[in-house]
Design a protein around this ligand. Structure first.
Ligand code: AMP
Length: 220
């Protein structure tokens, strides 16, 4: 495969961005750049930066400052070979990050080729997140009662117990949904105007949804 196609994934909590990124990794050999995951790792570090990021993400459930996101994204892209399909999951999250991300991509001779917006209502977002568990090793999400039954909560690949994210409380998801509505929907509109937006229905079956997205990913 020879491509530097770059996809941005946007959507509220629980919309299935990570699941779609996983499909793209497995079926199209994409590199998944997960900003939220990188920030959660930073938040776990026993450093002043870790404590600051943890306070913003886990206590205030707000957006981390742009300069930290910029550093995380530049670091992640630095190790990506130029000819790989890249999926940026979770950024830009606000209008000020649009130019920052364009600038970073430019240094790697990339542009945003496609922005995918996975739309989901607040109630569905809360319903999904309140039942979401994660594998602490491979970070795959699992929905209780759908992907596993209570009492057997182990990752089938890593064989370790699933755990909950610190910000996956009802109060946490409602706050993050509001942050999405006020900060990230203007980003969605930016890509719509630019003609690079694909809006998909997050309530659709994940495999059918992947079919919709795959059609728009152009590989050379
Ligand atoms: P996510 O894993 O995408 O749900 O993100 C979890 C948290 O990480 C968010 O609630 C924010 O606090 C932070 N975060 C993720 N991406 C960004 C971003 N692009 N800009 C600022 N904060 C972010």
């Amino acid at each position: 495969m020879n491509t530097s196609f770059t996809v941005i994934l946007l959507g509220p909590p629980g919309s299935g961005k990570s699941t779609q990124a996983d499909f793209l990794v497995r079926e199209m050999e994409a590199i998944h750049v997960d900003i939220g995951l990188a920030l959660r790792k930073t938040a776990e570090m026993n450093t002043p930066l870790g404590a600051r990021v943890s306070d913003i993400m886990n206590r205030r459930k707000e957006l981390v400052p742009d300069d930290i996101v910029e550093e995380v994204l530049s670091g992640a892209l630095a190790s990506v070979p130029p000819n790989r399909l890249v999926i940026i999951d979770g950024a830009p999250r606000c209008s000020t990050q649009i130019g920052i991300i364009d600038g970073i991509l430019k240094t790697f001779e990339r542009v945003v080729n496609l922005a995918v917006y996975v739309a989901l209502s607040e109630e569905e977002s809360v319903r999904r997140i309140s039942r979401r568990w994660m594998c602490p090793q491979c970070n795959r999400p699992f929905i209780a009662g759908v992907d596993f039954q209570e009492g057997t909560a182990q990752c089938p690949s890593c064989h370790i117990p699933l755990s909950r994210r610190k910000d996956d409380t009802e109060e946490g998801v409602r706050k993050r949904f509001q942050v999405f509505a006020s900060n990230t929907l203007p980003v969605v509109e930016h890509y719509r105007k630019a003609g690079t937006l694909l809006e998909v229905d997050g309530t659709k079956d994940p495999i059918a949804l992947f079919g919709d997205i795959r059609e728009h990913v152009v590989l050379h």
